[in-house]
Design a protein. Structure first.
Length: 289
């Protein structure tokens, strides 16, 4: 009888130990991310107030040891954070736009296309310099050509400011549909799909918010992701910027860091810098179990 009375107490102690273990692991993980962020150059850290990488990665649920697909890594701003944060037991898989999409941009010259055709290898070479002694492995593919062996292997897919160009050219090659299908197919059941995207107000005309100006409506993004099979799970205002109120003729690239259309030292540039980076939706979706 005495032993039977002790059972609830022992169970409570065991549960508390489990909670403590989870708390300790979460604190260690947060500390690790803090260290990764603090190790970045000053010019990268200067953008933290606008890009909020710690809060963004935590909201999405990216953790050390994961396999993460990163859409359109560009110059590697997030890749340089993901590689050391995910660590040697994880993998970052960088996904680029399809080759036949690049010529559709105004800057898609023959010289640019020739250089872009080398990206699968050139990006891996660059990333190898960023990963350090214990960074994640790096792989690459293009949307529409994801290796079959990568299907169902990713813990997370992260698209930061990726969707507007895919939507912009959707009617010319179903690029948005294909990229979202790749994201869905890459994930394990229960895997997470995180989106950060320049956000248009819902009262904007659909043809204004078609991606050509850099902005998309939240309702459009959610609908497209759900059409691909994802479940919308949560949203956050961590990357919102109410000061970004684009007019009828404005594009997102008028703002930092691009600052297109305003000369250095001009009043218009100062006004754009005062606004800061764009207003962005931050969304989390889930692939069904």
């Amino acid at each position: 009888m005495r032993f039977m009375k002790l059972l609830p107490l022992l169970a409570l102690i065991a549960c508390q130990a489990d909670v403590n273990d989870v708390t300790d692991a979460s604190e260690a993980q947060a500390s690790h991310l803090d260290n990764v962020l603090a190790s970045q150059p000053d010019d990268v850290q200067a953008r933290y107030p606008f890009r909020n990488p710690k809060e963004t990665l935590e909201f999405i649920g990216v953790e050390p040891g994961m396999t993460v697909v990163e859409g359109l890594p560009g110059g590697g701003w997030y890749t340089k954070l993901l590689l050391p944060y995910i660590g040697g037991e994880g993998t970052v898989i960088a996904a680029d736009y399809a080759m036949d999409m690049w010529p559709r941009f105004p800057f898609g010259t023959e010289e640019f296309i020739a250089e872009r055709s080398k990206w699968l290898e050139s990006f891996k070479t660059m990333a190898a310099e960023w990963r350090g002694d214990d960074g994640a492995a790096i792989e690459t593919f293009r949307f529409g050509a994801m290796p079959d062996e990568r299907a169902g292997t990713a813990d997370a897919v992260f698209f930061a400011r990726v969707l507007h160009n895919l939507a912009r050219f959707e009617s010319e090659g179903e690029y948005l549909t294909i990229a979202l299908n790749d994201a869905f197919r890459a994930l394990k059941p229960g895997g997470v799909f995180g989106v950060v995207q320049h956000e248009a107000r819902e009262d904007k005309a659909d043809d204004w918010a078609d991606g050509s100006r850099g902005y998309l409506k939240k309702s459009f993004v959610i609908a497209q992701a759900e059409q691909a099979g994802f479940i919308f799970e949560a949203e956050s205002d961590i990357n919102a910027n109410p000061a970004d109120q684009p007019g009828a003729d404005d594009v997102v690239w008028r703002l930092p860091p691009s600052l297109n259309g305003s000369e250095e030292g001009s009043e218009s540039r100062a006004a754009m810098q005062a606004i800061g980076e764009s207003n962005r939706m931050t969304l989390r979706f889930r692939k069904p179990e």
